[in-house]
Design a binder for this molecule. Structure first.
Ligand SMILES: C[S@@+](CC[C@H](N)C(=O)[O-])C[C@H]1O[C@@H](n2cnc3c(N)ncnc32)[C@H](O)[C@@H]1O
Length: 176
């Protein structure tokens, strides 16, 4: 289970443990909440009647809005130009390297292949996912080395990754 927002220094990996060692109580106050991983795990645990999150940054407000379903359009991965042209804090958070909100997630060298890979998994319609799947295969065949394919394959795990990766085995240019 992944908790909270993507956030550098997130406690998502240990959030279950943190909540497990805390006694059940009326209110939990998550000070320095950052991406709200501990807040999220606390809410999911049902051990607390109220959970309060506080941070110097706007992250807890973004987390709250996400729980209210405000960000459904954000599965569409921006390219480098769209990222730098936007002052949308959520897009900046989700698609920056280390979630630092200022540097674009991928290198210029791998960007197009990774965008195609991400969109083939997350685009809203089956038609678009198919289109990006084909684009991903084409890009891989044209210039993609196995090292890029391998690092991209890590992104598949946890979604429908294993199936997508198996499907790719028949693609031109892929020798793994
Ligand atoms: C390491 S992060 C916390 C990560 C968080 N536990 C999580 O799992 O995502 C530390 C946080 O403390 C916040 N912070 C630092 N000084 C603060 C202050 N004076 N008041 C409120 N928050 C502060 C920072 O903005 C940062 O988000």
């Amino acid at each position: 289970m992944s908790y909270g927002l993507p956030y550098q220094g997130s406690k998502s990996a240990i959030a279950d443990w943190v909540i497990g060692v805390l006694p059940a109580s009326h209110t939990l106050v998550d000070l320095f909440a950052g991406g709200c991983a501990v807040t999220h795990a606390a809410l999911a645990s049902g051990k607390f009647d109220h959970v309060m999150a506080n941070d110097l940054t706007a992250a807890p407000r973004v987390f709250l809005a996400a729980t209210e379903g405000d960000f459904e359009g954000y599965a569409t991965v921006p390219n480098r130009g769209e990222f730098f042209d936007s002052d949308d804090i959520v897009m900046r958070l989700l698609y920056s390297f280390g979630n630092d909100k200022s540097t674009y997630l991928w290198s210029a060298e791998t960007e197009e292949l990774k965008i195609a890979a991400s969109r083939m998994l997350s685009a809203p319609s089956m038609h678009e996912r198919r289109m990006y799947f084909k684009e991903f295969c084409d890009r891989l065949a044209r210039g993609g080395g196995l090292s890029i394919a391998w690092s991209t394959s890590k992104a598949f795990k946890g979604s429908n990754g294993c199936r997508a990766w198996s499907a790719l085995r028949g693609c031109r240019g892929l020798t793994a």
